[in-house]
Design a protein around this ligand. Structure first.
Ligand code: ATP
Ligand code: MG
Length: 711
C-alpha cells in the first residue's frame, strides 16, 4: 500500500475531482485469495476498481470502517447508515495494510481528524531518498582527508616499486648472466634490488601504520557522529528503530565504510591507473588488437548497470536479516525476566536459529546473484582474448605483425584485464556498501531536537490549544485537546488506560512535537523555548522512568548535579525516600543496577520523584506517583507532595482518584479528548465518566468491607 503516492495510474488521476487527493492506494490481487484490482482512498471517497466493476463511497456516508478476519483472509468493510458493505478482501499477510486503511478511514469519519493534519503527519514519516551517498561520505570524513591522501600515495608508490625488480632482473640476465661479463654490474644490480626490497618493506610498515590510523579515525569519526545524533535526535525517532538495527548500523556498517575508504578506494585508484597506463601501452603495440581487447568493455558496463539495479535489493535484504539476528539477541536479553517466568527460552533460541538461517539463505542468494552476473562476463573476456590470438596469429602468419609484438601484446592484455576484474569486484563491494551507507545516513540525517531561544523564568501558566498528536502517523493519541492551568494550580488528570494522559505530559516537556495545535507555558509557544531552560524548570516523573546504572545519590543528582548533600537529603525526605535509602547496604552509595533492577518498584518511583523535586521545578508533572506504593507510604508521599505543590504548578496523573483530594481542578480524558473538567464535586454532580470511575472505585472498597464483615 502506498500513502500519498507520487505516481498515479492515468485512469485514477482522471477520476479525481477538484481538490481531491489520493491518501492511500492499495493494489489488490498480489496473492491468489485477493480479487485483482485497486483500492483508492481519497480525502473525499473510497473507490474500489476491480475487473468486474467499479464502486465508490463518499466518506460522508461511512460511519465506521472495520476488519472481518477469517482463516486466510481479512475483509475491509464499512458500516453505512443502517447497512454494511464489504470493500475488499486482503490476504492475511497484508493484514497490517488493511488495518492501516481502516484506521485512516476511521480517523476521518470518526476521529474527525482534519485532512491537513492527517496529511502532514503521514508525510512527516517519509524517509527521503538519498543520492550522492559516496560524495557525502567523503565530505563527512574531512578530518581524515590527509590520512587518506597519504595512504593513497603510499599505495601508488608501492605499486610502482613492484614494477622495478622484474626490470632489473631482465638487465641482470641480458647484460650480466648471458654475456658472462660486467661483474661490477652484478654487485650494483643486487645492491639496487636490496635497496628496493628494503624500501618496500619499510613502506609497507609505514603504510600499515597509516592505514591503521586511518581506519581508527574513520570509525571514530562516523561512530561518534552516529552516537551524537542518537543522543540528540528526538524520542520519536528512537522509537522507529530496533536496538538490533541500531547496533548493526553503528558497528557492522561503520566497519564496512571503513573498509570502503581504506581498501576499496585504494584498489580502485591503483586499478584505474593501471588500466590507463597499460591501455596506452597496448595502443602503441597494435591499434587493431587493442580494439578487440576493448570488446568486452561495453558488455561489462551493461552487466554492471543491470547488476546495480538488482544488487541493492539483495544486499538490503541481507542487511535486514542480519539486523534480525542481532534483534533476536538484544530482545531476549532485554526481556530475560518474563522470558524465564514463562519458560520461553527455547522459543527465543529457535527464533535466533531461524533468523540466522534466514540470514544465511539471504547470503547464499546474494552469492548466486553475483555468480549469475560476473562469470558470463569473464567468459566474454576469455573469448576476446582468444580472438586476439586468432587475428594476431593470422597477422603474424601474413607477416603484418612480429611474433615478439604479439607475445608482448598477449602478456599486456592480461595485465590490462586483471585490473578490470579488480574494478568489477570493487563495483560489487560498492553496491554492498551503498546499503550500509544508506543505513548510516538514515541515522546521520535524523532531525535533532531543536529549541528556540526563549529562556525566561517560568511562572507556570500552561495552555494546550487544540493539540493533535500521533506517534505513528496513523493512530491519534491526542485529538484536539484544549485546556488551561493557571500558575500555582494543582490539576489532576484522570481517565481510562490509553486515554492519552502520559502523552499529554510528554508534550509539555517537548519530548514530542504535536502535529497540530500549540502547547504554551506562560503564553509562549513551547517551540520557542530553549530546551535546556525548559527542561530545567519543568520536571516530569514518568510512570516507569528507568534509573541509570549508578549509585542512588548519582541518580538523584541527575536532577541537579551541583546540589549539596543536604539538598539531596531534603529532596529524598520530601519524596519519603530517605528512610529506605538509609537501610540500603551502602545507603546513598548503593548501586541500583541496570535500569534500577536492584530496587523495588516503589523505591525506584520515590528516587525518581526525589530527582524531580531536587530541581525545585516551576512545573511538576507526576504520572502515577503513588501507583507502586502501599497505602501508608502513599499517604506520607501525598502529604509531602501537598506541601511540594505550594508555589508551583502541579499536574498529577492518577488512577486512584483519592490521590487527587487536594487538586484544584480535575480534567477527565477519554480516547485522546478531554471529556469533562471541574472540581471533584462538580464532576460528581455531572454524573459523567468521572462519576462512573468514582463510584466503581467506591464500590470496590465497599465490597471489600462487606466481604471482611461477613467473615
Ligand atoms: N511510544 C508510543 N508509540 C506509539 N504509540 C504510543 C506510544 N506511547 C503511547 N502510545 C499510544 O498512545 C495512546 C495513549 O497512550 P498514553 O500512554 O498517553 O495513555 P495513558 O492515558 O497514559 O494510559 P495509562 O493510564 O495506561 O498510563 C495509547 O493508545 C498508546 O497505545
Ligand atoms: Mg500513562
Amino acid at each position: 500500500m502506498k500513502l500519498f503516492p507520487e505516481k498515479l495510474p492515468d485512469e485514477i488521476r482522471e477520476k479525481l475531482r477538484d481538490g481531491e487527493e489520493v491518501i492511500a492506494l492499495a493494489e489488490l490481487g498480489k496473492s491468489p485469495c485477493e480479487t485483482p484490482g485497486v483500492l483508492v482512498l481519497t480525502n473525499k471517497r473510497v473507490m474500489v476498481r476491480a475487473k468486474d466493476g467499479e464502486e465508490e463511497l463518499a466518506l460522508d456516508s461511512i460511519k465506521e470502517a472495520y476488519l472481518k478476519t477469517y482463516l486466510n483472509v481479512c475483509v475491509l468493510a464499512v458500516r453505512l447508515d443502517g447497512s454494511v458493505k464489504s470493500l475488499a478482501v486482503f490476504s492475511k499477510s497484508r493484514f497490517k495494510a488493511a488495518e492501516k486503511l481502516a484506521t485512516l478511514i476511521n480517523n476521518i469519519v470518526i476521529g474527525k481528524v482534519p485532512y491537513s493534519i492527517l496529511k502532514k503527519s503521514i508525510i512527516a514519516k517519509r524517509v527521503p531518498v538519498r543520492k550522492r551517498l559516496f560524495r557525502e561520505l567523503f565530505a563527512r570524513l574531512k578530518p581524515a582527508w590527509p590520512l587518506i591522501a597519504v595512504s593513497l600515495v603510499f599505495a601508488v608508490l608501492l605499486r610502482i616499486l613492484d614494477l622495478v625488480p622484474p626490470y632489473l632482473m631482465k638487465i641482470l640476465v641480458d647484460e650480466v648472466l648471458v654475456p658472462k661479463a660486467h661483474l661490477e654490474k652484478l654487485y650494483f644490480l643486487l645492491g639496487m634490488l636490496l635497496a628496493i626490497f628494503s624500501c618496500q618493506i619499510l613502506l609497507n610498515v609505514v603504510k600499515g601504520y597509516v592505514n591503521t590510523k586511518l581506519n581508527l579515525k574513520i570509525s571514530r569519526t562516523i561512530r561518534y557522529q552516529l552516537f551524537h545524533k542518537l543522543q540528540r535526535a528526538g524520542i520519536i525517532y528512537h522509537e522507529r528503530f530496533t536496538s538490533g538495527g541500531l547496533y548493526a548500523r553503528i558497528f557492522d556498517d561503520v566497519g564496512r565504510l571503513q573498509s570502503l575508504v581504506s581498501n576499496t578506494l585504494e584498489r580502485v585508484v591503483i586499478n584505474a591507473s593501471a588500466i590507463a597506463f597499460i591501455g596506452a601501452l597496448l595502443v602503441t603495440l597494435s591499434v587493431k588488437l587493442t580494439l578487440i581487447v576493448l570488446l568486452p568493455i561495453p558488455v561489462t558496463f551493461l552487466a554492471a548497470f543491470i547488476f546495480s539495479k538488482f544488487a541493492p535489493i539483495y544486499y538490503y535484504r541481507q542487511w535486514r536479516k542480519w539486523s534480525n539476528v542481532l534483534s533476536a539477541v538484544s530482545d531476549s536479553l532485554a526481556a530475560i525476566l518474563p522470558l524465564k517466568v514463562y519458560r520461553r527460552e527455547r522459543e527465543y533460541e529457535q527464533r535466533f536459529l531461524r533468523n540466522h538461517r534466514e540470514y544465511e539463505q539471504s547470503q547464499i542468494s546474494t552469492y548466486k546473484l553475483e555468480q549469475a552476473f560476473w562469470p558470463p562476463v569473464w567468459l566474454v573476456f576469455v573469448a576476446s582474448s582468444l580472438l586476439v590470438w586468432l587475428i594476431g596469429g593470422l597477422d603474424v602468419i601474413n607477416g603484418a605483425l612480429s611474433l615478439g609484438s604479439l607475445i608482448a601484446f598477449a602478456t599486456y592484455m592480461w595485465e590490462f584485464y586483471n585490473p578490470i576484474f579488480g574494478l568489477i569486484q570493487s563495483f560489487s563491494e560498492l553496491q554492498r556498501m551503498k546499503v550500509s551507507l544508506e543505513r548510516v545516513f538514515e541515522l546521520l540525517e535524523l532531525e535533532e531536537e531543536e529549541g528556540g531561544s526563549y529562556s525566561g523564568k517560568i511562572l507556570g501558566d500552561i495552555a494546550y490549544e487544540n493539540v493533535w498528536f500521533t506517534y505513528d502517523g496513523i493512530h491519534y493519541a491526542l485529538k484536539g485537546v484544549t485546556f488551561k492551568i493557571k500558575a500555582g494550580q494543582c490539576v489532576g488528570i484522570v481517565g481510562p488506560s490509553g486515554a492519552g494522559k502520559t502523552t499529554m505530559a510528554k508534550l509539555l516537556l517537548r519530548l514530542y512535537k504535536p502535529q497540530f495545535g500549540i502547547v504554551k507555558i506562560d503564553g509562549v509557544d513551547l517551540e520557542d523555548y530553549d530546551l535546556e531552560a525548559l527542561r530545567k524548570q519543568v520536571a516530569i516523573v514518568l510512570q516507569d522512568t528507568p534509573l541509570f546504572n549508578a549509585s542512588v545519590a548519582e541518580n538523584i543528582l541527575v536532577g541537579k548535579p551541583e546540589a549539596s548533600p543536604l539538598e539531596v537529603m531534603e529532596a529524598t525526605k520530601l519524596a519519603a525516600a530517605h528512610e529506605f535509602i538509609m537501610k540500603l547496604p551502602e545507603a546513598y552509595d548503593t548501586e541500583v543496577g541496570e535500569k534500577g533492577a536492584k530496587l523495588s518498584g516503589g523505591e525506584k518511583a520515590r528516587i525518581a520523584l526525589a530527582a524531580a523535586l531536587i530541581r525545585n521545578p516551576r512545573i511538576l508533572v507526576l504520572d502515577e506517583p503513588t501507583a507502586m506504593l502501599d497505602s501508608l507510604t502513599e499517604d506520607r508521599v501525598m502529604e509531602a507532595l501537598e506541601r511540594a505543590t505550594e508555589n508551583r504548578t502541579t499536574i498529577i496523573i492518577a488512577h486512584r482518584l483519592s490521590t487527587l483530594k487536594f487538586a484544584d481542578k480535575i480534567v477527565v480524558m477519554d480516547g485522546g479528548k478531554i471529556v469533562e473538567q471541574g472540581s471533584h464535586k462538580q464532576l460528581l454532580e455531572r454524573g459523567g465518566l468521572y462519576a462512573k470511575l468514582w463510584s466503581s472505585q467506591l464500590k470496590a472498597l465497599t465490597r471489600q468491607e462487606a466481604i471482611a464483615l461477613d467473615r
